[in-house]
Every structure is written in structure tokens, then in C-alpha cells.
Ligand binder design. Sequence first.
Ligand code: F6R
Length: 250
Amino acid sequence: MKIFVSDTPSEASKLAAAEFKALIRLKSDAVLGLATGGTPLLLYRELIEACGRKEISFKKIRTFNLDEYVGLSASNPRSFRSFMDENLFNHIDIERENIRVPNGISPDFSATCAEYEAAIKKAGGIDLQLLGIGSDGHIGFNEPMSAFSSRTRIETLTPKTIADNAKFFDGNPEFVPTRAITMGIATIMDSRSIALLAFGESKADIVARMVCGDIDESVPASVLRRHSDVMVFLDTAAASKLPSSILIRA
Ligand code: F6R
């Protein structure tokens, strides 16, 4: 695990964006794993701008999002699919058929989950997976005590995650769906490389547990230390509880 620390979220996002841009230039049909939430917004802006300047093209890029709320259709303005359209897909030259976000309103979730796993495999696997981290240590919506062997499935969100995500639902936790369809931990770990971003003081404790605590299911993100190619991009606040000897100042 390489841990890069920048002064600000904006600088950290630029650094992470450079990894995505380098991959896209090297492999024009790369498979990207994407995340929603507040953390990737600046990174997405960097990619949109680079695409606008024609430095990179998403024409042949394929994407798989980590998760979607159960009960929200793709057209629901609160769905992760709408979030991705607004914050990335509508502003780049990606082909719509190359975008995959789990279906939150499937009539048969077990078939949908199996099909999502199969689609990732058929695409050749994920080259670079983007992750945020929940304040409870979740990656995707794999909440604490999710099995490290888990695959795409339905997960029940913890009260902490529901409270954290109320910011996207008019601040009202009662509006936040209680379940999500998420790539599993093993699905995420199959990615060839992983970039995890975390910003702000509110993430400092969980980042320290991910990096320095035990590797076990109580902090799902701790599993990433078993992956051979993980880059962690932090701002100073999120890195504030880590020993400085393990940080790469960027
Ligand atoms: C989003 C996702 C989540 C978020 C995490 C952090 O698709 O899978 O794991 O990355 O909840 O969210 P923010 O970035 O809003 O702090």
C-alpha cells in the first residue's frame, strides 16, 4: 500500500487523476471501477477537464460502479446512476453502452448480482478501481463484518452510513434507502489496481485503523493491505493520525 499525502483534497485528487489519465492513455479500452460520494468529485472534474482538452478519450473505456441503492431506479435523481451522469458521464465522450451501474430495482436481485459479476469478468476484469472509505471502514457498501470472500450482493446499511449519506437526501436520514446492491470485497480485491481517496479530519481515525489496525472484517478497508497494488491518496487532515514515516509527501 503506497500512501500519498497532499496539502489539500484538490492536490490529492490531481495526483489520483494522473493515475487514471495515464491508464486511459496507455490502454484506450481500460475497465474502470468507479465510486460515488463526495470524495471523488474533484477527481471527476479533473477527468472531465482532461477529456475537454482532448488529452484523454473515454470512447472505448468501460466502467463498472461499485454500488446502487435498492429501490432507486436509474432515473431517480438520488440514484448513484444519476449522480454519475451529473458528475462525470454527461461531460465526457463515453459510450452509454459501456457504462454499468448495478440495477437498484431488479425484480431478481440474485440474478442481477450474478450477472454483474459475470459482466466484470467478461470485460476482462477491472484495471483500476476507485474507492472512497466510509467512516465505519466500508468500501463500496461492504459494511463492517462483511466477509472478505463476499461478491456482489445486497447489503443492509449501518445507521452510521445512513447518517453520513443523509447529506445527499436533504439531510434527512429517513429518506436514505436502507439497503444497497454492492460489489463484494472479493470483487473489489480482484481489481488489478486500486486507488482509495480520503479527505478531511472525519476520515482520519478510520484511515489510521485501515493502515495500522488489525486486518479483519471489523474494518472492511483493512483487507486492502493484502492487495499488491493499492494507492491511497490523502489530504493532510485525513493523514493526521498516521505515522509520518510511512507517508509519501506529494
Ligand atoms: C460510493 C461508495 C462508498 C463511499 C463512501 C465514502 O459509491 O461505495 O463506499 O465511497 O461511503 O463516501 P464519501 O465520499 O461521501 O465520504
